[in-house]
Design a protein around this ligand. Structure first.
Ligand SMILES: Cc1cc2nc3c(=O)[nH]c(=O)nc-3n(C[C@H](O)[C@H](O)[C@H](O)COP(=O)(O)O)c2cc1C
Length: 210
């Protein structure tokens, strides 16, 4: 199956069965997240992977009552963005650059660090909006990877972030939940979205050539 065929086949699963997705497929999806591009390469987010049934149930009850996929997922991914871009986050990144690219002249790395430091002067609100944008790119990569791996999935924005943040203790870690992704195995009998045709704009509507 080519990439477009995989994207046509994927859909937002509405009912999952509780069956498990194999670890190698989960790893591939996580690696796609890790390899997703981000602005300046900073990757200003964490992805929390939840398999524990009790935690998934609690997330469903306390912060995402309308999303029955969560308790029946194999893995629930919580994409959490950094609320504030701190000097420490920049330092960690710069250290990683130095280790990964040891031949890079130090002056260049220092100048790059200086350029990025503008982020630390922005408001927390602006920092979090920026982090959230980066999260969504990673979410897109994860959804595409799940499609290629033939793993059922659903992106979820229909939840209450403050409730989830409290449950997972994210606030005190300078993190805020942005979106979720449930991966699992569809419930063949009840997942009505599995067989519905895709609703998409036509190419003529979506694309403008100038
Ligand atoms: C950012 C985002 C948030 C979404 N939130 C939810 C959600 O909370 N619950 C849900 O069942 N589907 C959710 N969806 C799924 C969309 O409704 C679905 O992707 C869209 O209708 C296109 O259909 P398809 O993915 O089946 O092709 C979300 C999708 C995206 C991209």
């Amino acid at each position: 199956m080519n990439f477009i065929e995989s994207l046509n086949k994927r859909y937002a699963s509405k009912q999952m069965s509780g069956k498990k997705v194999s670890p190698d497929k989960v790893e591939t999806i996580l690696e796609a997240i890790r390899l997703a591009p981000t602005s300046m390469g900073l990757q200003p987010f964490k992805v929390i992977i939840i398999e524990d049934q009790e935690i998934k149930d609690r997330i469903f009850e306390k912060s995402a009552k309308g999303q029955p996929q969560i308790p029946k997922s194999s893995h629930l991914l919580v994409f959490a963005g950094y609320k504030r871009i701190t000097p420490e986050l920049l330092d960690e990144y710069v250290e990683n650059i130095k280790i990964t690219r040891p031949t890079l002249p130090l002056a260049k790395v220092t100048a790059y660090r200086q350029m990025m430091s503008a982020l630390t002067l922005q408001t927390e609100e602006d920092n979090f909006i920026w982090s959230s944008h980066q999260v969504y790119i990673a979410l897109g990569f994860a959804l595409a990877a799940a499609a290629v791996e033939n793993v059922d999935s659903v992106p979820i924005a229909g939840f209450t972030p403050p409730a989830l943040d409290e449950l997972l203790g994210l606030e005190k870690r300078n993190l805020g939940s942005v979106c979720l992704m449930a991966i699992g195995v569809r419930d063949e009998a009840t997942d009505y979205n599995a067989t519905l045709p895709k609703v998409r704009k036509s190419k003529a509507d979506l694309f403008e050539y100038i």
